[in-house]
Ligand binder design. Structure first.
Ligand code: ATP
Length: 336
C-alpha cells in the first residue's frame, strides 16, 4: 500500500506557499516549491521546501511539469497559480492536482459565481448592469483578482463617469451595491475523506486607504477617494451564535457546487462577506481554493485547534486530507 513517502506536495512559491509547504511537512510529506528565481531565497530562508525548482517567469511553469510528474508530486492550487499561469496550461495539467480544477473557472467568472451563490440561497449585493441603474451607494470593481486595487465608490451615474475617466486604460468592471457593514472572510474546508464541512477560521482585511480614512479629521475625509488595496489580514473571532448560519451557508455552497460542476467543490474555500447591523451575511465573492487570509492561522485557528485537538492550519489540513486519502486508497477521489 502506498504511503506519504511515495508522494511530494508541490506548489508555486507565492501567496500561501509557506503555509501549504509547512503543513505538508508537518504531515510527513516531501515538499517542492516551484519559484521564480528572484523569490527562491524566501523559501530557502524558511526551510519549508525540500526541493526548489526555479523558473525565470511564471510563463515557464509548464516546462517543469515533467519534473513534478517524475517526483509523483501533488500540486496544490492557490490564487497566484490561477492568476499567473495561463488558464489553458492549468486546464491541460497532467501532474496530480488537488481539488476540482474545473470549479476554478466558475470562480474566475463573476456571472457564474453569481449563479452558484444565488442557487445556494445566499444574500448577494445587487448588481447594476449599467451605470444608469445606480440608485444607491455602489462599488465599482475591475475584473481579475487584484486585491481590491483601484476599486472606487460612487453615489450615482454622474459620479461614476467622473471617476471612471480617471482610471485611464479601459478595463472590464462590475458595479455592485455597496453593503454598509463589516467585512468577514469565512474560511471553510470540505473533507471528502471524512464527508464533513469544517470551519478553519475568520479574518478581516487591512485595506489601504479604506482602513486609514478614520485617521484623519472627519472634515477632511470627504476629499479622499476611498479605495481597497489589500495590505494584510487580521484574525477574527465571530459571535458564536452566528456559527450555525455560517455552517448552513457553507453546506449550501457545497451542495449546489455538485449540481453545477460535478463532483463539486472540496478542500479549502472562502466566502467573502459583509455583515450588516441586523446580522445578515451578504456574500460578495467566493474563492474556490485556499485564500491568503488563512495565513493569519499559519499555526492554527482556535476553531481548527478545538476540532482537531492539535494545531491545524489550512495548509496542514490539505496535507492531512491527502495523507488519509493515500492511506485509505482513496487518492483519486480528491484529485481533479
Ligand atoms: P480578491 O479576489 O483578492 O478577494 P478582489 O480584488 O476581488 O479581491 P474584493 O474582495 O471583491 O476584491 O473586494 C475588495 C474589498 O472591497 C473587500 O475587502 C471589501 O471590503 C470591499 N467590498 C467588495 N464588495 C463589496 C460590497 N458589495 N459591499 C461592501 N464592500 C465591498
Amino acid at each position: 500500500m502506498a504511503g506519504v513517502a511515495d508522494y511530494s506536495i508541490a506548489t508555486l512559491g507565492s501567496h500561501s506557499a509557506l503555509q501549504i509547504l509547512r503543513g505538508a511537512k508537518d504531515e510527513g510529506f516531501k515538499t517542492i516549491a516551484v519559484c521564480r528565481s528572484d523569490h527562491a531565497f524566501i523559501y530557502r530562508h524558511f526551510g519549508v521546501a525540500d526541493e526548489i525548482i526555479e523558473i525565470k517567469s511564471y510563463d515557464e511553469f509548464h516546462k517543469v511539469e515533467d519534473d513534478l510528474i517524475r517526483r509523483n508530486a501533488i500540486l496544490i492550487p492557490h490564487a497566484s497559480l490561477i492568476a499567473y499561469v495561463p488558464p489553458k496550461v492549468i486546464e491541460d495539467l497532467r501532474v496530480l492536482h488537488y481539488g476540482n480544477r474545473r470549479i476554478l473557472f466558475w470562480e474566475a467568472d463573476r456571472e457564474r459565481q453569481r449563479i452558484w451563490l444565488e442557487r445556494a440561497g445566499l444574500n448577494l449585493p445587487r448588481v447594476f448592469r449599467s451605470p444608469s441603474e445606480i440608485d444607491c451607494f455602489a462599488i465599482v470593481k475591475f475584473y481579475g483578482a487584484r486585491g481590491g486595487q483601484g476599486y472606487f465608490l460612487v453615489k450615482n451615474e454622474q459620479e461614476f463617469w467622473q471617476k471612471i475617466e480617471r482610471v485611464g486604460e479601459l478595463r472590464e468592471y462590475t458595479i455592485q451595491e455597496y453593503i454598509v457593514g463589516i467585512p468577514v472572510y469565512i474560511h471553510y474546508f470540505y473533507s471528502v475523506i471524512r464527508g464533513e464541512l469544517e470551519i478553519m477560521g475568520f479574518d478581516r482585511r487591512y485595506e489601504s486607504n479604506a482602513d486609514g480614512i478614520g485617521r484623519i479629521p472627519a472634515e477632511d475625509q470627504g476629499r479622499i477617494d476611498v479605495t481597497y488595496t489589500i495590505v494584510g489580514n487580521f484574525p477574527l473571532m465571530l459571535r458564536e451564535s452566528l456559527l450555525p448560519e455560517v455552517f448552513r451557508m457553507g453546506e449550501r455552497v457545497v451542495r449546489v457546487s455538485r449540481e453545477i460542476c460535478s463532483p463539486g467543490i472540496w478542500g479549502p474555500f472562502c466566502l467573502e462577506t459583509v455583515v450588516t447591523p441586523d446580522l445578515k451575511f451578504y456574500v460578495f465573492e467566493i474563492s474556490a481554493r485556499i485564500v491568503a487570509g488563512t495565513n493569519v492561522f499559519m499555526e492554527t485557528s482556535p476553531y481548527a485547534l478545538i476540532k482537531h485537538g492539535k494545531p491545524m492550519s489550512t495548509g496542514r489540513r490539505i496535507a492531512l486530507e491527502i495523507r488519509e486519502a493515500i492511506e485509505q486508497g482513496r487518492l483519486k477521489e480528491i484529485l481533479g
